[in-house]
Design a protein around this ligand. Structure first.
Ligand code: ADP
Ligand code: MG
Length: 702
């Protein structure tokens, strides 16, 4: 077996299970090893049966005396009963609806049992629906230890994942540890083999912590190292120095129907100052949804166009690209340069605010001959190798940073004809994900930061209401309210924490929400579903339909965070609100309240018993901006850890580290600096270099 060994060759598992594993992103042995538990059940202490009377749960080790099936009184259920004994006493084990157990568990066998304990005078000691494990196999994996619990769906049991994991784990011996020895000892880190063994089947809490520390360090260190390398590389390059056209910029700003906020002015100024340098800008513009980042981007693009440079704006979806195109064509209607739109399905040109269709190859020709100054599109702009004449500035919207490969591709096509490899465009990323100030420097070590921490004035405030999902009366009132809004013509976002139903997480999924709303509550309305597992075409279609008001209620995961502007949507309903980060909730409520209509955000709490969750959520009612809430999220570390990596802003690259791992982030950064100072090209660190190349040669860095 090797890391690349496909999952179906590790053990005899059915085709169906292979498919489920694939859905979890597990294709081979290596993927599985890096599929980490999200928590552990502590069944580490083996308790003599005689001591169980006062306990509510526990693990025992004993022998099966007898085992049999019987029908329950109501005849609906098969009950399996066994008597288990150890030296101290005996106990009755009870399983419901698992009649096959008598084929697996035989009298005389020794086994571990872990589960809930029930004791009463009449029936004596019982252990209910316990996990079991026959002892002869050596070290237990399901009982008698810290037992790993993996994120999974109902179709794939913990037991199955654990079995597969324990079969795969021996190959950790083959993995070579790419982390340089001096870094490892300097930070007192476990070696990789041990860390991987211990993260899945920890000996005890101490080992678990050390394993987690090593694996978190790995992730953060590689990201840091990567960004240091990028920074070095960028420093070597030359960009066009763009004159800050003060007067014409002022005129443009004065022509807007609103006054810029101070934060917008400051950010614009910082960007224009960067553009004046002949070194490429490498800047991140952060600001809440609706804080007005587009206009800041427009000011930069305007200065490029006046200075005979081209500018490109990349949006994450076609719809967003089209919205930007329409918006920006209108902003620039009094200028005599052309604006192009290029996506997979749409190619257009705008002159003096007049938009017309243009064949794709015509558009590409015009871009090449510099007849178009501002090009707006999706990432297909890069993928299709569109050639620019003199592309001085590239902006990506709703992304944290440029990937290396992405940057390379754009640069290759930016200055057609010119053979100077040192030329580079300026780069600006824009994101609505607020990263606490205290952390942004550590995380975005390679980027300069501009922050818009102020909303435009006169925004209608979204009315936020916290509701209790278990309070039927309150729910009915809310549903009635939503119904009235839809009848008046408004639309609704409904956001759930997860896509598929999951017993383990016990929270509302997109699919359950759809069943509930479509079948029981709003059968009369059109309801759509949107989530990250749909293809981009499917997503585009759903969003188009929602924008056109063909869909009344759109149920989704947080993909709408990055979504479209739908001014007609006046309601945001968030299920399982306590599962989200505060900053994330704030982003979500910012999706509504974008028109003259009063808008509402309902935060439905699933677990009303947790006063802490309530208190945390209430912070939203008084928060001034997303940054403040991001700080709060950070302080209350641990909360919502299931969604932790999604919130972190590194997206899928972080499997185990979290933004709240401040100490490890600092260590990782220090170590990365140390290596780069000593050996900027990693000449003496070939393994590390290969690792970085392998890891980051993908489209996006985050
Ligand atoms: P985001 O930062 O989420 O990209 P946008 O740039 O889309 O925000 O701006 C949201 C809305 O606010 C737009 O309709 C825009 O015209 C408007 N807007 C931007 N700046 C201001 C301002 N200073 N005053 C009033 N409205 C503004
Ligand atoms: Mg935007």
């Amino acid at each position: 077996m090797q890391l690349e060994t496909p999952i179906n060759q590790i053990s005899k598992i059915g085709q169906l299970k292979v498919k489920y594993l694939d859905k979890l992103g597990i294709k081979n042995a290596g993927d599985l090893l890096y599929y980490f538990p999200f928590r552990y059940d502590d069944y580490s202490k083996i308790i003599p049966i005689a001591e169980l009377k006062t306990k509510r749960s526990g693990t025992i080790r004993g022998k099966i005396n007898l085992i049999s099936n019987r029908k329950s009184h109501l005849k609906k259920m098969i009950i399996t009963e066994a008597i288990i004994s150890d030296k101290s006493d005996s106990i009755k084990a009870i399983w419901f609806n698992q009649p096959f157990l008598i084929k697996i568990l035989k009298p005389g066998q020794e086994l571990y049992l872990a589960g809930k304990i029930d004791y009463d005078e009449r029936y004596g000691l019982e252990i209910l629906n316990p996990s079991y494990e026959i002892t002869k196999r050596g070290e237990p994996i399901h009982t008698g230890r810290l037992v790993p619990i993996y994120p999974t769906t109902a179709s794939l049991s913990q037991k199955q994942i654990r079995m597969l994991m324990s079969l795969t784990l021996p190959i950790v011996q083959e993995i070579n540890d790419w982390l340089p020895r001096n870094i490892k000892t300097g930070n007192n880190l476990l070696n990789l083999t041990t860390a991987l063994e211990q993260i899945h089947f920890p000996q005890d809490g101490k080992w678990l912590n050390r394993a987690a520390e090593r694996l978190k360090f790995d992730e953060l260190f590689l990201i840091q190292l990567q960004s240091q390398i990028v920074r070095q590389q960028i420093k070597q390059k030359i960009a066009s120095a763009i004159k800050f056209e003060l007067e014409r910029t002022q005129d443009f700003i004065n022509s807007l129907p609103f006054k810029l906020t101070d934060a917008q002015r400051k950010a614009s100024w910082e960007i224009l100052k960067d553009l004046e340098q002949n070194k490429p800008m490498n800047r991140l513009l952060e600001g809440d949804v609706g804080s007005g980042k587009t206009i800041v981007a427009a000011i930069a693009m305007l200065n490029m166009a006046i200075n005979e440079n081209q500018a490109a704006l990349l949006a994450p979806t076609e719809i967003l690209a089209r919205q930007h195109f329409e918006n920006i064509s209108n902003l620039f209607k009094n200028f005599d340069f052309s604006i192009g739109l290029l996506t997979r399905t749409d190619t257009k040109i705008a002159d003096k605010g007049k938009i017309s269709d243009l064949k794709k190859n015509e558009l590409i020709k015009k871009i090449y001959s510099k007849r178009i100054s501002v090009v707006i599109g999706t990432h297909s702009l890069i993928q299709d190798n569109v050639k620019f004449n003199n592309l001085g500035l590239v902006i990506v919207d709703e992304q944290h940073r440029f990937g290396v490969e992405q940057r390379k591709k754009i640069t290759q096509n930016a200055f057609c004809g010119q053979k100077n490899e040192n030329l580079s465009p300026h780069f600006l990323s824009m994101t609505a994900t607020p990263i606490p100030r205290s952390l942004s420097l550590t995380i975005y070590g390679d980027l300069d930061l501009s922050i818009i921490d102020q909303m435009p004035p006169n925004r209608k405030k979204v009315e936020i209401k916290i509701i209790d999902s278990k309070n039927n009366e309150e729910l009915e009132r809310t549903h009635k309210f939503i119904e009235d809004q839809i009848i008046e013509g408004r639309q609704v976002f409904a956001v759930c924490p997860i896509i598929d139903p999951s017993d383990k997480l016990g929270t509302q999924s997109v699919k359950q929400e759809y069943e509930k709303l479509k079948k029981r509550i709003f059968p009369q309305f059109n309801i759509g579903i949107l989530h990250g597992r749909l293809s981009s075409q499917e997503k585009e279609k759903i969003m188009r339909d929602f924008l056109a008001n063909k869909i009344n209620i759109l149920i989704s995961t947080t993909v709408v965070e990055v979504g479209i502007d739908v001014p007609n949507a006046s309601i945001m309903l968030i299920e399982g609100a306590e599962r989200f980060g505060l900053a994330q909730l704030y982003q979500l409520q910012g999706r509504v309240g974008r028109s003259q209509y009063q808008s509402y955000c309902f935060l439905a709490l699933e677990n009303d018993s947790s006063a802490n969750a309530q208190k945390r959520i209430r912070a939203i009612l008084t928060a001034k901006n997303g940054f403040e809430l991001a700080e709060l999220d950070l302080e209350m570390r641990g909360e919502g850890s299931i969604l932790g990596s999604e919130q972190s802003g590194f997206g899928s690259n972080l499997k185990i580290a979290k933004l709240s791992d401040v100490e490890i982030i600092k260590k990782a950064q220090k170590s990365a600096n140390q290596i780069i100072e000593e050996d900027p090209e990693l000449k003496n660190y070939q393994t590390l270099k290969d690792k970085i190349k392998h890891l980051f040669s993908v489209d996006q860095l985050d």
